[in-house]
Write a protein that binds this ligand. Structure first.
Ligand code: HEC
Ligand code: HEC
Length: 420
């Protein structure tokens, strides 16, 4: 080789090595890292906290009714859309689409429902404060099920099995006099007019039955819990012998990724706890969905939740006002403009695309986004550029793959029930 080529070649090799060669792992985890790893392990997941706004949250018969409702396409105006159409069990209760598709195209990406009952807030912007009140919204949304509370009540009254399950849980169900076929305070002009023509008592009776169905749907979804993944086996191994980083169930690259996740990449500052979410709202500078303004996020979400007649403090809730701590003391400051809910990272390999608008197709793109930490279109990005080398980005991705595992849920709940 000519002499004048030697120095540039050495430089090139050095640059490539810097980008693509992993540093050796340290001898062992620090005490602080060991503690953090244990806090992320499924073994640290507490029992599901009770939901005082839903007295049937943990009733198996309510879960059975919820299971039937969840998979039932009759709960839609064209008879084709069920909760399970968008939250599909095989895709960890997502749909593989950037934006959800029901009766029409939605404006958000479908999130996973695994472990969702641990969340105090629902939707990317947290505009619902209970799982049962969340479940009512898609039924009446024009681009989702496009049905309404009166049509749903009529289905329950007409279907003997539904009626039986319902009445065993909530007591006798009767149609109010002069019940229209279809009506809702949230519906199109026709449904709204029909709703306004009803007596107040009838409206309350219908909304009570409707919220009871939401409570059954919530009881069902409380059963959708994550199972232990390779990462959890590793955490168990480390708990007994923290002196070795190479404890068998994870490869070197995956262990390197875990170390980055906790340290240099700062992922665990938001994705923490055994579900890899702090259940809070953050602005991470994700660009706006094509054709939409940048969303206000949690800033609007908390305001909507406060006005919701189906919230914890409302007349359809089973909670005493003193039990509605989350709603009463929720933050609503300006820094929540553009903030979205931190999603779980458990099973994240199975839930592409990513973010509230499905803006990223792959985990590599997500990691690149955090590495760049672009300026937010609205308010400011809380995350800072990371300076990850290419090899570090791929280690981080390798680590995310160790969070995939079958659910800890009885298989019968993961398929449609027998509607006979
Ligand atoms: C057309 C597709 C579609 C249908 C049908 C649908 N969902 Fe969703 N679901 C979504 C989307 C999209 C979001 C996120 C919307 C948002 O945040 O604005 C969501 C959010 C949720 C959430 C909140 C998750 C979280 O992380 O906060 C729950 C729980 C949920 N849906 C349950 C249900 C139930 C129960 C049904 C049936 C009654 C249902 N969904 C029907 C698409 C759908
Ligand atoms: C400041 C808090 C914060 C930090 C730090 C953070 N995240 Fe996130 N993460 C979020 C929020 C909030 C979202 C949802 C953002 C959105 O949809 O606009 C998210 C979304 C994601 C998603 C998409 C999940 C899905 O189901 O759509 C992945 C994957 C992810 N983060 C991984 C990481 C990794 C890896 C790191 C470290 C490099 C990291 N996050 C650092 C808060 C954070």
């Amino acid at each position: 080789m000519k002499k004048f080529l030697v120095i540039p070649s050495l430089l090139l090799v050095a640059v490539l090595a810097w980008r693509y060669v992993a540093l050796p792992l340290p001898e062992h985890w620090s005490e602080q890292e060991v503690r953090l790893i244990q806090s992320l392990a499924l073994a640290s997941l507490p029992d599901l906290p009770p939901d005082s706004s839903n007295r049937l949250a943990d009733d198996p018969a309510a879960a059975e009714l919820g299971h039937r409702l969840y998979f039932d396409t009759r709960l839609s105006s064209n008879g084709k859309v069920a909760c399970a159409s968008c939250h599909q069990p095989e895709l960890m209760f997502t749909d593989g689409l950037a934006l959800a598709m029901g009766l029409g195209m939605g404006s958000r990406h479908t999130p996973s429902l695994v472990g969702i009952a641990y969340s105090p807030w629902f939707y990317w912007d947290g505009r619902k404060d209970s799982q049962w009140s969340q479940a009512l919204a898609p039924l009446e949304a024009a681009v989702e099920h496009d049905t309404d509370r009166v049509a749903v009540l009529r289905l329950i009254l007409a279907d003997q099995r539904y009626r039986e399950l319902y009445e065993n849980l909530f007591g006798p169900l009767a149609a109010p006099d002069h019940l229209p076929d279809s009506a809702s305070p949230l519906g199109n002009a026709e449904r709204l007019a029909a709703w306004n023509s009803m007596e107040t008592d009838a409206q309350i009776a219908v909304s009570t039955a409707f919220s009871n169905l939401g409570k059954a749907l919530a009881a069902y979804q409380r059963l959708l819990l994550p199972g232990p993944a390779r990462f959890d086996d590793y955490a168990t191994a480390i708990a007994t012998d923290p002196s070795t980083m190479q404890a068998g169930s994870l490869s070197r690259a995956e262990v390197g990724g875990l170390q980055l996740f906790l340290g240099k990449a700062q992922c665990a500052s938001c994705h923490n706890g055994p579900l890899f979410t702090n259940h809070e709202f953050h602005n991470t500078g994700v660009f706006a969905i094509a054709g939409q303004l940048p969303p206000m996020g949690r800033y609007d979400g908390i305001r909507t939740a406060r006005e919701d007649p189906f919230n914890c403090l409302g007349e359809f809730s089973d909670a005493a006002a003193s039990e509605c701590i989350e709603l009463r003391f929720a933050r609503d400051e300006n820094d929540l403009v553009g903030a979205q809910k931190t999603p779980t990272l458990r099973n994240v390999t199975l839930t592409a695309p990513y973010m509230h608008g499905g803006q990223f197709k792959t985990l590599a793109e997500v990691i690149q986004h955090y590495n760049d930490a672009p300026t937010s279109m609205l308010n400011h990005n809380e995350a800072k550029p990371l300076g990850l080398r290419a090899v570090e980005a791929s280690q981080l991705e390798a680590f995310l793959h160790t969070l995939t595992a079958p659910l800890a849920t009885d298989k019968k709940w993961l398929v449609a029930p027998d509607y006979e």
